[in-house]
Design a protein around this ligand. Structure first.
Ligand code: IMP
Length: 181
């Protein structure tokens, strides 16, 4: 890491702790769906790193699909608007679906996606989120069934999370102290 990067980034959750959380979540999912198939739906793009680690830890019959929604872009504040950019490739009717998201913030994104998916008659529908900022929640009923970490109200990057499409490749989750110009 360069000196400039060290200044703008403060490590919040280290790689080793993330790996332990991913394994813990995978064990919970295995317990809940023993002997069954689970269908993971990743919310692009932020969840891609979490999802790719999680899916390899789950020792069940697992399938995968993706959805994409409009993201924050360059702004650190949510616009409050959610727009579907990419829908699923296949039907989820009768499947045990787990919606995999990087971070649960206001809850607007997951609330929107949960409602859409509910209407498609999955057998079960759950949420797995790596991070949760409970103090930012606008939709209180949105909760992660499987959660890595509760974090304070700080803007974080790394492990899939971005600021203006940067930092997704960091192995740790870091607080972005000084957004770059
Ligand atoms: P929500 O709809 O407000 O819950 O926001 C969910 C989405 O906002 C996440 O999938 C992220 O893309 C983005 N987001 C929320 N908080 C952060 C953050 O601290 N860093 C990076 N992206 C964030």
């Amino acid at each position: 890491m360069t000196a400039r990067r060290r200044k703008e980034l403060k490590v919040l959750i280290r790689q080793a702790a993330i790996q332990r959380a991913v394994r813990r979540i995978a064990r919970q999912i295995e317990r809940d769906f023993r002997g069954q198939r689970v269908h993971l739906i990743g919310v692009l793009k932020g969840a891609c790193i979490f999802l790719s680690d999680l899916i390899r830890e789950i020792h069940l019959d697992v399938s995968l699909d993706f959805m994409a929604v409009a993201s924050y872009g360059k702004d650190q504040q949510s616009s409050g608007q959610v727009r579907l950019l990419k829908d699923l490739d296949t039907s989820i009717e009768g499947l045990n679906v787990i919606l995999v998201e990087d971070i649960l913030d206001t809850g607007l994104t997951l609330n929107y996606l949960f409602r859409i998916l509910e209407q498609r008659k999955p057998r079960t529908l759950r949420i797995a989120a790596l991070l949760d900022k409970p103090s930012r929640r606008i939709i209180p009923q949105v909760q992660a069934h499987y959660l890595g970490f509760k974090i304070p109200n700080e803007f974080v990057v790394g492990y899939g999370l971005d600021y203006a499409e940067r930092y997704r490749n960091l192995r740790d989750v870091c607080v972005l102290a000084q957004p770059p110009e």
